[in-house]
Design a protein around this ligand. Structure first.
Ligand SMILES: [Ca+2]
Ligand SMILES: [Ca+2]
Length: 301
């Protein structure tokens, strides 16, 4: 009997059954779920992509991860690559930077700064969407993207503000502005600001606006006049792409305003290169993700 046949016979016989091993047969006791495991130094469940996998029956030592998708295996706050990009790949310029990352509560956040290229709201949203892609399992992991603040995932003041302040502190900056998902709803005259993800509009009032009166869409274009028909048409065309930024002022307060509000008392003119990017996604379950193959392509499940 071959080695394969003996192993199969052991499986088929089950407990309490009688079976016979021939005199020259080799008895091999093998595990049934041997698989590739990868080194996980920081213990976040995601394996180091720079080290090869080891065939094991179970996790051993620090060879415990079932994939090698960790974007940084020395930082427990930077987790795995779910979609097409790691956080550090979202910024490309020489002076661009991943400022910080945090996993807390039901959210995972990354905080980026692009200094060498214009970072508009649209570019920020596209970048965050790439990071937040969940190729599988699609039904269990909804994609987020540009950060918004959903009260169902915890108190804004207790959790998310603490995360933001820790990240800002890590950069050593007293004033700060980042795109978040607050958009204008309704027409130019009677509309108002609302959270893009339908989070409670009451949160906007909790945070407060940076100026005495809420910004208006026309404030994004300080050199245009809303009463001019041509200017009005341009503002209307841009309306769906306008978002407020979350601003940390010199006084250490958070408010909602235009990105450049961090640099002036009253909120200055719209400045494309000013804003940072705050992205958010639900944490992925590393056990649900397969290894990335040698070519870098995701394996299908
Ligand atoms: Ca890891
Ligand atoms: Ca990590």
């Amino acid at each position: 009997m071959s080695r394969r046949c003996v192993v199969l016979a052991l499986i088929a016989a089950g407990c309490g059954s009688n079976w016979t091993i021939g005199q020259n047969d080799e008895l091999i006791i093998d595990c049934l779920d041997e698989r590739l495991y990868f080194v996980d130094v920081d213990g976040d469940g995601w394996g180091d992509p720079n080290q090869g996998g080891v065939l094991q029956c179970e996790p051993l030592g620090d060879v415990t991860a079932t994939n090698q998708r960790d974007c940084d295996d020395s930082d427990v706050q930077v987790t795995g690559r779910l979609g097409s990009l790691c956080p550090g790949d979202l910024v490309e310029g020489e002076d661009d930077a991943l400022v910080g990352a945090a996993v807390a509560g039901e959210g995972e956040f990354i905080w980026l700064y692009g200094s060498s290229a214009a970072v508009s709201y649209q570019e920020a949203r596209d970048a965050c969407s790439k990071w937040a892609e969940h190729p599988y399992p699609a039904n269990d992991n909804p994609q987020y993207g540009l950060a918004t603040f959903d009260p169902s995932t915890g108190s804004y003041n207790d959790i998310q503000q603490a995360i933001l302040e820790a990240l800002v502190d890590s950069e050593g900056s007293g004033t700060f502005a980042a795109w978040v998902g607050v958009l204008w709803e309704g027409d130019l005259e009677t509309g108002g600001w609302a959270w893009e993800d339908d989070s409670s509009d009451g949160l906007i009032e909790d945070i407060g606006f940076c100026t005495d009166e809420a910004p208006r869409p026309e404030d994004f274009f300080p050199n245009m006049y809303i009463d001019d028909p041509d200017h009005r048409e341009i503002i209307l065309e841009e309306l769906e792409r306008m978002r407020l930024a979350l601003v940390l002022t010199d006084a250490g307060d958070w408010c909602l305003g235009l990105p450049d509000a961090a640099s002036t008392d009253s909120g200055g003119p719209y400045e494309l290169t000013r804003a940072h990017i705050l992205c958010e996604r639900p944490p992925g379950d590393p056990a649900a993700y397969e290894p990335v193959d040698a070519t870098g392509a995701d394996e299908a499940t």
